[in-house]
Design a protein around this ligand. Structure first.
Ligand code: HEC
Ligand code: HEC
Length: 169
């Protein structure tokens, strides 16, 4: 088994979690988040507030420390102001912490300074999407890498199964 050096570093940083979720892809091994289904207990305030500008990203996509950074920086949220009242913010914080706890992947800062962590710049995301071409990403029907549901119809429910992926024209 060949593991790239970077992965080894990430593993030791994360405290040595098991490589239980590796996939075989082009002969290489790599991991992706495991629990992507959105819990039925998801509060309405999360769906409403975090799903108003883009889909409410399933919490399992990022580790708890990344969601904490999201919630700590809502005033400067990728060029938007996404601040909430105290009670709503706390409810969303608690939900994200609880629902992302199975994600043991390391916190990966955004390559762009001053931005909270992204899903779309994580190593697993880049590897999983290495077959999507630059032309496909640029399509109007896609718009942004962050627009998961353009290709994953069930994204809001946490369904990213590669059997159901469809890149729009
Ligand atoms: C006022 C609009 C707005 C609201 C409300 C909002 N966001 Fe965002 N969010 C954005 C924009 C704009 C981006 C950048 C999208 C892009 O790069 O295409 C973004 C990006 C993100 C990303 C990173 C996507 C990637 O590229 O990986 C995450 C994660 C995220 N938001 C989480 C949240 C959470 C959690 C909430 C609720 C607390 C929230 N957002 C509420 C506007 C918003
Ligand atoms: C332009 C279309 C497109 C967009 C937009 C897109 N994806 Fe994908 N995604 C794909 C394709 C194609 C694959 C399948 C790769 C393969 O067959 O191995 C994939 C695979 C995945 C997988 C792995 C599925 C599996 O069964 O292993 C995950 C997880 C995933 N995407 C998450 C996301 C998330 C989260 C977003 C938004 C932040 C997103 N994708 C945006 C096209 C897209």
């Amino acid at each position: 088994m060949r593991i790239p050096i970077l992965t080894l570093c990430a593993l030791s940083l994360a405290g040595g979690f098991a490589l239980a979720d590796d996939d075989h892809h082009g002969g290489k091994k790599y991991k992706r988040p495991k629990q992507l289904a959105v819990p039925l207990s998801a509060p309405k305030v999360w769906t409403a507030e975090c799903g108003s500008c883009h889909i409410a990203y399933p919490p399992g996509l990022l580790p708890p420390a990344a969601w904490k950074q999201q919630m700590d920086t809502l005033k400067h949220h990728y060029g938007s102001n996404a601040t909430l009242d105290k009670a709503d913010e706390q409810a969303i914080r608690d939900f994200l912490a609880f629902a992302s706890q199975a994600n043991r992947l390391p916190l990966e800062p955004s390559p762009k300074a001053g931005e909270p962590p992204r899903i779309t710049t994580t190593r697993w995301f880049i590897r999983k999407h290495d077959e999507v071409t630059a032309e496909q990403w640029r399509r109007k029907s896609v718009g942004s890498k962050a627009n998961c549901q353009a290709c994953h119809a069930g994204a809001e429910k946490g369904d990213f199964d590669d059997d159901r992926v469809q890149i729009p024209r």
